[in-house]
Ligand binder design. Structure first.
Ligand code: GAL
Length: 952
């Protein structure tokens, strides 16, 4: 038994990857060899520094009775010991590589275990596997120091057979929050120390498998697959469905069904060595760079992807199987076909799910050194040979672990680590080890080491230039395909402009799609705030809610951004002219046989007839014109449209029969605009003016009631609670409007009354709406009329002065007494804004007021419904000419604007309604381009009408 100096902690700040671990190898979930999960409750002691405690705790017989307990897998900071901390790219400690602070929370973990009955400790060996520990661990078994390691999201195995006893084994693991490895793990996420993935003891009988590499290619010209399994331990490979039974190392070619993300055909197989039978799931497919394109099985693929961090609002990055499956099912149901495992290899079981359900994967190495950008990348570890062994160790641990997954088509060296020799060494090693996949790294702008030109957040115009091959760059880069490894920053309300990107992707072969940033909000469940974000744990440095920028909320409820993305990337195109519909199969491989089509015909939003539509099983890329039935005759006419839907014809592994995959709407006849024949005249008396059902204050012209409904403070409104995209990121060099809007006082507009006029059949109120300190404003005239029953309002807005910014919104707002149900005819069911409206389906919808709210983790403008013809709320029916944006909430815009967390929003007695003629677009400027010109709301002369009816 050997002990080091009991307080030796040099390894913590050592640039080397560690010592004592076995060479990396392929991961598989199970085999016929016994294994023992060491997950569960462990004894735990937290100390403030790496060397506060000696290593006596690792010795058998140590009394840990007074220690706390933590769950493994888990992060101790999410289990009541210390606190999480969030920074985007800044290191939360002084940058002095490889040194880390003396304050280095260190968690000592103890697990006691017996070997299961039948585990013959004498026959063969045993391996202790850690699937993930952040950030650095030293391990003892039964008092023997077996090594230490870094590389948080990578597996580490140790040979421990000689140390095991049938009973009373003591596994001791000392985990340090900070280490030299932290310099390589500066991803934009919470810093969360702990043993956060499984710990397993694997019996290794004599003749058990070691490493093996499944090579399973597909020749699309012959329809044949070739299988060869190279194995460190000789054995046989059998694939019963293909009648294959060959020796390892031997190639065999047979007709097969290929694996693709659309058709994830896997063949069950067994690798049998003398001592072990390992079940395999084999997918035949060939990835290549050909004709300047990423091709799989001879065809170019279009990535409709997301960046996925591992996240659970209570367990952090310690994900269970159900959570991983939930992600995969949600992605498949939202038409997503690709995942970049930003920014580290995920739990290995996630890749099994990608193989099974069908997702293309860019598997990214656990490497980011972004904080060095603050010092112009000086001392960047990726350009310092002392660190290269650690980089190569990380590359090897990723590739060896994940190389047998058909879903993995591209290896990524890491993220935002600058450039340097270490990255080149990684790329060379990976190319040498696995020529069957491509290599990606966004930071390699010249593509010296990579096979794909990749960028993040490039704007639409630039992506289009790249598509047209007008972007220049090195000779090598100009020959490569292009992907946006990150775009569409999904922080808060948004992202806007996705449909515009998709149109560009679909127009140029070279553009092979992109990956939305990102999948999930990393909010932490918290009694104080519902969900906490950066700064909520008293961090001295943090980046606030920048950690909440996902397409799903922390609880995985889809946000409107995901619904929009699903529509934008739908695999079937539906367009038409009223008599025929053009159906396009936008998939890369599968035909349409898995889908059934339905038509329905709506008049004024009500379905009057529906039926099935016979669509041929078009091959990938094909289109057909399909005749629609004769439109049903509807007495009285009305606004009519077809809705055509593509649904799953039968249940699949990821969705039930009837699940809607794609849809389109085809207008047939236009709507009749509402109007009020002004026949009632305003009547003045007792300080009031009455006009049909309405009463006004005679002096101010303010509307007081419509029939039985009291109305508060109806007036022009231009303000919205700025979104994360309005606010923009501080480093964005282009104009960020939220700051200018506040500077110009659009959140504190003053309303000057110029005249209240009753002439003939109208009440006219003239005002000027303008902010203090500035000379520009909006001359605003409210013209009220009535037919005795209904009340009409026409608002005319004439800008004056020099308006240099767009308006956040333009419309009216007013309060009504508490109301609950809302019905409307227009876009729904979810919120929409000018550049996030693809998924708004025109129809009749119903909701509660609370149901209209989109619960962004940091509250902000939300909940507008697009193209509303009419809405009913609180006893009022409101019709618009033209269609309007409808919003209703139980708090004011000012309260929404001031809120930092969901819990700051407290419902009042008044429901505030906004009826907007215009909304400024959303864009993606929280990290990326702003609102494209067609979606900007400029201060132009405008006129819009509403008709109110008391339906009390
Ligand atoms: C990218 C980075 C991501 C994330 C994103 C902004 O630069 O790769 O990790 O920080 O910006 O949310």
């Amino acid at each position: 038994m050997s002990f080091r100096n009991s307080t030796a902690t040099d390894y913590v700040e050592d640039v080397s990857p560690g010592s004592g671990a076995l060479p990396p190898r392929a991961w598989y979930p199970a085999s016929d060899a016994t294994s023992l999960s060491l997950n569960g409750s462990w004894r735990f002691r937290l100390s403030p520094t790496a060397d506060a405690e000696d290593d006596a705790f690792a010795e058998p017989g140590y009394d840990a009775g007074g220690w706390a307990e933590v769950s493994v897998p888990g992060h101790w900071v999410l289990q009541g010991h210390g606190a999480p901390a969030y920074t985007n790219h800044l290191y939360p400690f002084p940058v002095d590589p490889p040194r880390v602070p003396t304050e280095n929370p260190t968690g000592d973990h103890l697990r006691f275990f017996d070997l299961p009955a039948g585990w013959d400790g004498t026959a063969g060996g045993a391996v202790l596997r850690f699937d993930g520990v952040e950030s650095c661990a030293r391990v003892w078994l039964n008092g023997t120091d077996i090594g230490e390691f870094k590389g948080s999201r990578l597996p580490h195995e140790f040979a421990v057979g000689q140390l095991l006893k049938p009973a009373g084994n003591v596994l001791a693991v000392r985990v340090h929050r900070w280490s030299a490895g932290s310099y390589l793990e500066d991803q934009d996420q919470w810093w969360l120390p702990g043993i956060f993935r499984d710990v397993t003891l694997l019996h290794r009988p004599p003749g058990a498998a070691l490493d093996f590499f499944v090579h399973a290619s597909y020749d699309h010209t012959t329809g044949q697959g070739t299988l060869r399994v190279d194995s460190d331990v000789d054995g046989r490979v059998s694939v019963p469905a293909l009648d294959i039974d060959v020796a390892t190392g031997e190639a065999v070619t047979v007709p097969v069904e290929a694996w693709t993300a659309e058709t994830p055909r896997l063949y069950d197989a067994v690798l049998a060595t003398e001592g072990e039978r390992v079940p395999l799931r084999i997918g035949f497919r060939t990835v290549e760079l050909a004709d300047g394109l990423i091709k799989v099985n001879g065809k170019a693929v279009l990535f409709k992807g997301v960046n996925r961090h591992e996240w659970h609002p209570e367990r952090g990055r310690a994900l269970d199987q159900e959570t991983m499956l939930a992600d995969v099912l949600l992605m498949k149901r939202h038409n997503i076909n690709a995942v970049r495992t930003s920014h580290y290899p995920p739990h290995p079981a996630f890749l099994d799910l990608c193989d099974e359900y069908g997702l293309w994967v860019i598997d990214e190495c656990d490497l980011e050194t972004h904080g060095f950008t603050e010092q112009a990348w000086r001392d960047n570890p990726v350009d310092d040979d002392r660190w290269t062994p650690a980089l190569l160790d990380r590359a090897a641990r990723m590739v060896e672990r994940d190389k047998n997954h058909p879903s993995v088509v591209i290896w990524s060296l890491g993220n935002e680590a600058g450039t340097g020799r270490g990255l080149t060494a990684m790329a060379e090693w990976i190319h040498g080890r696995d020529a069957s996949r491509l290599v990606h790294y966004e930071g390699d702008i010249d593509c010296r080491d990579t096979d794909v030109y990749s960028r993040m957040y490039a704007d639409h115009a630039e992506v289009e230039r790249i598509g047209r091959e007008l972007d220049g760059g090195t000779h090598k880069r100009r020959r490569l395909p292009f992907i946006l490894c990150e775009y569409g920053h999904a922080m808060g309300n948004g992202p806007g402009g996705l449909a515009d990107y998709q149109r560009i992707f679909e127009s140029y072969d070279r553009l092979q799609g992109g990956f939305i940033w990102e999948w999930i909000d990393h909010g932490i469940k918290d009694d104080r705030y519902e969900y906490a974000y950066g700064g909520d744990f008293g961090e001295e440095l943090h980046d606030g809610n920048f950690v909440c920028d996902g397409l799903v909320f922390p609880d995985r409820r889809p946000s409107p951004g995901l619904v929009e993305y699903k529509k934008v990337i739908e695999p079937v195109g539906v367009e038409g002219d009223g008599t025929t519909v053009r159906i396009t199969n936008k998939q890369d491989f599968a035909d349409l046989s898995a889908l059934a089509f339905e038509w329905s015909y709506q008049v004024d939003g009500e379905t009057v007839e529906a039926g099935t539509l016979a669509v041929p099983a078009l091959a990938a890329g094909e289109s057909a014109e399909v005749k629609l039935p004769e439109p049903p005759a509807v007495p009285g006419g009305g606004e009519a449209r077809w809705t055509v839907r593509a649904l799953l014809a039968a249940g699949t592994a990821w969705g039930p029969a009837g699940h809607v995959v794609a849809w389109g709407q085809i207008p047939v006849s236009a709507r009749q605009s509402p109007s009020v024949a002004a026949s009632a005249a305003p009547v003045s008396g007792a300080g009031r003016i009455t006009l049909g059902p309405a009463a006004f204050d005679a002096r101010s012209g303010a509307l007081l009631s419509i029939g039985s409904v009291d109305v508060t403070a109806l007036r022009l409104d231009v303000w919205r609670a700025t979104t994360d995209n309005d606010d923009g990121a501080a480093w964005q060099s282009d104009i960020r409007y939220a700051a200018l809007w506040r500077k110009f006082g659009l959140h504190r507009m003053r309303h000057r009354l110029d005249a209240v006029e009753t002439d003939g059949d109208a009440l006219t109120v003239r005002t000027r709406v303008a902010p203090a300190a500035w000379e520009f404003g909006l001359a605003t005239v409210y013209r009220w009329t009535s037919d005795g029953d209904r009340l009409g309002l026409t608002v005319s807005v004439t800008p004056d002065g020099d308006w240099t910014v767009p308006l956040p919104r333009l419309g009216i707002r007013f309060g009504i007494p508490a109301a609950d149900r809302v019905r409307w005819f227009g876009g729904g069911p979810e919120e929409a804004y000018p550049d996030t409206r693809s998924a708004a389906l025109v129809g009749r919808w119903e909701s509660t007021v609370d149901g209209l709210q989109t619960p962004y983790v940091r509250p902000q403008e939300n909940g507008a419904r697009a193209d509303v013809r009419w809405a009913e709320i609180g006893g009022l029916r409101i019709e618009g000419d033209p269609e309007f944006w409808f919003t209703a909430r139980r708090w004011t815009t000012e309260q929404l604007d001031a809120a930092a967390h969901r819990t700051d929003l407290v419902a009042g007695d008044t429901v505030w309604v906004n009826l907007d003629h215009g909304q400024h677009g959303i864009g993606s400027q929280s990290c990326g381009p702003g609102v494209l010109p067609p979606y900007q709301l400029h201060a132009d002369p405008s006129e819009f009408t509403f008709v109110f009816t008391d339906i009390g």
